[in-house]
Write a protein that binds this ligand. Sequence first.
Ligand SMILES: Cc1cc2nc3c(=O)[nH]c(=O)nc-3n(C[C@H](O)[C@H](O)[C@H](O)COP(=O)(O)OP(=O)(O)OC[C@H]3O[C@@H](n4cnc5c(N)ncnc54)[C@H](O)[C@@H]3O)c2cc1C
Length: 373
Amino acid sequence: MSEGCTDIRETTFFAGRPGFATEPEKKAAGPLGDRKHVMEQDVRDLTIIGGGPTGLYAAFYAGMRERSVRIIDSLPELGGQLTALYPEKYIFDVGGFPSVLAKDLADALIRQAAQFSPDVVLDEEIRSLSREGDLVLLEGKRATYATRTLIIAGGKGAFEPIKLKCPGYDEFLGRGVATAVRDPSEYRGKRVLLVGGGDSAVDWAMALKDQAKEIHLIHRRDGFRAHEKSVADLRAAAENGELTIRPFHEVREIRGEDKLESAVIFHNRSGEEEEVEVDAILTFLGFKPDLGPVGEWGLEQVGNRIVVDRLMGTNLAGVFAAGDMVDYEGKLDLIATGFAEAAIAVNSAVQFVNPDARKSAGHSTNLKIFRTN
Ligand SMILES: Cc1cc2nc3c(=O)[nH]c(=O)nc-3n(C[C@H](O)[C@H](O)[C@H](O)COP(=O)(O)OP(=O)(O)OC[C@H]3O[C@@H](n4cnc5c(N)ncnc54)[C@H](O)[C@@H]3O)c2cc1C
């Protein structure tokens, strides 16, 4: 599993992005705090669990079909495996792109979906699914969301940040130790230890260095997997005395009484230990997928996958699935396959609500919504 991820953009990714609902707009549209009051404005025609390539393409296609859409993802940013697992890898088998960086493909998919202003709910894991009349209710960590139809594009499952296994980590998680930056200003004037060698660790070290009192970045290897230019900038900042980088170092223990006070780090070649006084620790060790609750929703499954028919329908009425999470004969876990499944699933969802609706959106080349003149 990769140690890196790109959550540097998590707090800013959607700010000002055309087409994406702002926080106040989302609150106004409102996920349901209380399921007794299912207001029409809270209900979406289609909710998509999973903001990976399949879910994003489904959101775009549903926009072409002029449906109201909500995308929900457990991660703090969209892109699924592309951004969480391999943002810096080139992909060579997506039609039309001889090669494309995973994070650039994610960005293009986000922009494509954003044309139709889907409601985006991030950092939210859907835990259970129930029905109220014609609606499907999705119970998340923070709220309940009502929808007429659902597409599950959950890939390999909800991604969980990988945690360090060392004394003190669990004790101080959320009390000085974190796996993501929620608000950069929290680190103003603090001594911060960052752990990791991917984009998140490198980007956040650079982003926080001007406001933090001290930045120490440790990584268990010598080479960083982050983008080359980011690593060059990091090394330049270290040479300039703006932060310290310690390759071949890992955390042995996290210490403190009432609050976090220090971390014991060690050189993994010499074994030499050192206690570093810190106010905050950020660990960027990548994500592990967890199928988790999806397996408990009454969906017919084969192994960890949801069984779908040719219309991407599951055994639950109004619930469709697409992408890496589905199973049918000949299924391929590819981005290209996920796109096609997403389009079929959206068309099926549209016809589920209105059997008289057109079978598909038609060709985008002929659609008025895309005409620029
Ligand atoms: C290293 C690597 C290289 C790859 N290279 C290629 C390649 O070259 N070409 C190719 O075609 N494919 C490649 N793949 C596979 C490709 O990335 C997947 O097929 C694709 O990401 C599947 O998209 P998806 O949207 O179905 O799922 P995902 O990308 O996994 O996205 C699913 C999203 O759903 C969210 N989610 C799941 N459950 C919940 C829940 N209960 N609540 C809220 N959110 C939830 C997850 O957080 C995740 O963000 C590669 C994969 C890896 C790991």
